[in-house]
Design a protein around this ligand. Sequence first.
Ligand code: NAD
Length: 353
Amino acid sequence: MKTHVVYRPKLASRREFPESTLLVYDQDLLKISKSFKRWAGTFSAQLPLSAGEKTKSLERFPEIIKKVLKKTEIFSSREMTILVVGGGTLTDLGGFLASVLKRGVRLILVPTTWLAAMDSAHGGKNGLNFSGYKNQIGTFYFPERIEIIKEILFCQPPTRAREAYGELVKMSLISKSKLFSDLQKHHKIDNKKIFSSLPLAIEAKYKVVQQDPFESKKLRHVLNLGHTFAHAMEKCFKISHGDAVFYGVAFSLVWSRWKKVISEREFDVIIEATFWRQSFRSESYARLLSAPVSEVKKSLFQDKKRSSRGYLLEPFVQARGQVVLKNITTDEFLAEFQRQKKLLQKVTYASKN
Ligand SMILES: NC(=O)c1ccc[n+]([C@@H]2O[C@H](COP(=O)([O-])OP(=O)(O)OC[C@H]3O[C@@H](n4cnc5c(N)ncnc54)[C@H](O)[C@@H]3O)[C@@H](O)[C@H]2O)c1
């Protein structure tokens, strides 16, 4: 399960990759980066694909595998490498492809979005959608190398940095590293800040993954902190995944205090952090809590963390660097959703009068 994470300012030269390499990449990168276009041209076997949930689906897979087999027919299957350059949808697809092609070939990932660079490329999980349901088909398959390329990541628009912030804040609470204090120091979030936080966030993810690489002990569920709320909000509103996770972590923190999982003192320390300022009482949070309960309920029933007995394994914050898992029912989640809605209405009413 050893994956090497390499940081580079620019894409590595063709020589750094095995001879029999198939380059699978997000075709939009050709328009986004001239140097990517030049670099991609140095690979004789390549498969451009459009990014997105439709591409990473079992329905599209037969057509993709047909192209892959044609483009790699001269390669020896023992030595074949799939090199994926793209965001989370393509690293998921490429990871699955490498795991099943000829019963498994070498895999190298070059994540090009913040989400992929900090989260989805790491940890060996991949997934294809099926019949409109996300990540229903997948394997655990660890890439041998992941390359974090500054030049490509910096092609993303500034709004993406703000969206990536939610996952970073989550990692800062899960890990015992100095990520939390680092994030506190910065008032402005930009590509530079997100890039400099990557090593600590990635290290934090590997610490969790190493304890439970195949999710058999359920320990990896701590990485889902804030995600039950986030997934429900993504279904109800037009909101980025990162923003939804940011408020999802806020929701989990307030719930952790209500359940006395976290001490008042530790809760106060955490919410005094720069990045939380105003978020708990913000209009954005109030808007999310105005989601119809029936829609939230629907999302909880679709949640893949739900066990056959109807419980959700929900992460709660005990302290910075300590997240614990508790079985909760969907009714408990909905009751907390409504409690926080009322709480926020009261606070907003009090501050207006
Ligand atoms: N396997 C895991 O552990 C895991 C974890 C979290 C999320 N995921 C998956 O990740 C996927 C989402 O990933 P994503 O947000 O990266 O989506 P994505 O791959 O669709 O990329 C989002 C957009 O960014 C564009 N893009 C890519 N690189 C760019 C760059 N350098 N500059 C500018 N634009 C660029 C793409 O063309 C696309 O339009 C979901 O399918 C989710 O299920 C997987």
